[in-house]
Design a protein around this ligand. Structure first.
Ligand code: DGY
Length: 324
């Protein structure tokens, strides 16, 4: 127990992880959403040795430079676009994320979203709840069959590969674009075709699923112009980061039939959703939940907490697997 070490967990997470850190250190748990506001981080973070933060907390250069005591930032997420990693490095602050433990949950969640759009599940369920089910209908709620269709994956990392594996089990063909080509074994296993530009991938795919990180290069990758490369019958799935898609352009494309459907788990300005999207039946909207299983959220929390414990107990950085 080292009560001189102060840890901020920016909002309540799974109890076992909060207890693990509280048993060792002086832990403060923030109120949900409070540290989504930069000012609050600027005011409070200088008092802490470590922070276990959420993907919604903006740990930008100003915040990091102000946090003079901080030794480690452990993000309770695999994506870390909320953290200015370069400034952290310059300041000698380590940064950790939560890779691997959420791959299956996120790939499952993405595939559930994909099926929900392709088979119009929420739309059909809403109709039933409105009392409109009048028996089996030979022409009702016809959707897209997956067998034989091409899934275009943008970002063939762990999660993209996991989604591709699931798609293969449904008889889909896999095409992908990535900064670097996947290894030969992965391409062979998935019979995956590498496509060297995003527009070309959009032109040949029946479903595009986004799994790339949010960077300056991928911000608004799926803008109005890019969406016109997709087939009119195609579906766009985004379970990566909201700003990879220009949400206003997507809403317009869904309304005008440039593409047939979309499934979103993430949004440009979370928790806001573009006001045109909820009214569209050809769009399935989830509240950023693709990794939300009991097992995964617990494993994510432990991975983040263990990085904090490792750093504060003086373990060699090389022995902490999830440091960036
Ligand atoms: C992540 O970890 O980056 C996800 O978006 C959270 O599930």
């Amino acid at each position: 127990m080292n009560r001189t070490r102060r840890i901020l967990i920016t909002e309540p997470i799974v109890p076992a992880v909060m207890e693990k850190l509280s048993a060792r250190y002086d832990v403060t748990i923030g109120q949900r959403g409070y540290y989504n506001i930069k000012e609050n981080l600027l005011n409070d973070l200088p008092e802490y040795d470590a922070v276990l933060c959420m993907l919604s907390n903006p740990l930008d250069g100003d915040v990091i430079k102000s946090a003079k005591r901080l030794q480690i930032i452990a993000n309770n997420a695999v994506g870390y676009n909320n953290i200015d990693v370069d400034t952290a490095r310059e300041a000698g602050i380590l940064v950790a994320n939560t890779p691997d433990v959420l791959t299956d949950a996120t790939a499952d969640g993405t595939f559930a979203l994909l099926l929900a759009v392709a088979r119009r599940i929420p739309e059909a369920e809403r109709a039933l709840r409105r009392g409109e089910f009048d028996g089996w209908n030979p022409t009702g709620f016809l959707g897209m069959e997956l067998r034989g269709k091409t899934l275009g994956i943008i970002g063939m990392g762990r999660i993209g590969t996991g989604v591709a594996r699931r798609a293969r089990a449904f008889g889909m063909k896999i095409a992908y674009h990535n900064r670097s080509r996947a290894d030969h074994a992965t391409e062979t296993e998935l019979e995956a075709e590498y496509v060297d530009t995003v527009p070309a991938l959009c032109r040949q795919s029946d479903i595009i699923s986004l799994h790339c990180p949010l960077t300056a290069e991928t911000k608004h990758l799926m803008n109005g112009k890019m969406l016109t490369n997709m087939k009119k019958t195609a579906i766009l799935i985004n379970a990566a980061r909201g700003p990879v898609v220009d949400e206003a352009a997507l809403a317009a494309a869904l309304k005008s039939g440039i593409i047939a459907g979309a499934g979103l788990d993430v949004y440009e300005h979370e928790p806001e959703v573009h006001p045109d999207l909820p009214a569209l039946e050809n769009c399935v909207l989830l509240p950023h939940i693709t990794s939300a299983t009991d097992e995964t959220r617990e494993a994510m929390g432990h991975l983040a907490a263990d990085a904090i414990i490792g750093v504060l107990e003086g373990k060699a950085a090389e022995s902490i697997a999830n440091l960036l």
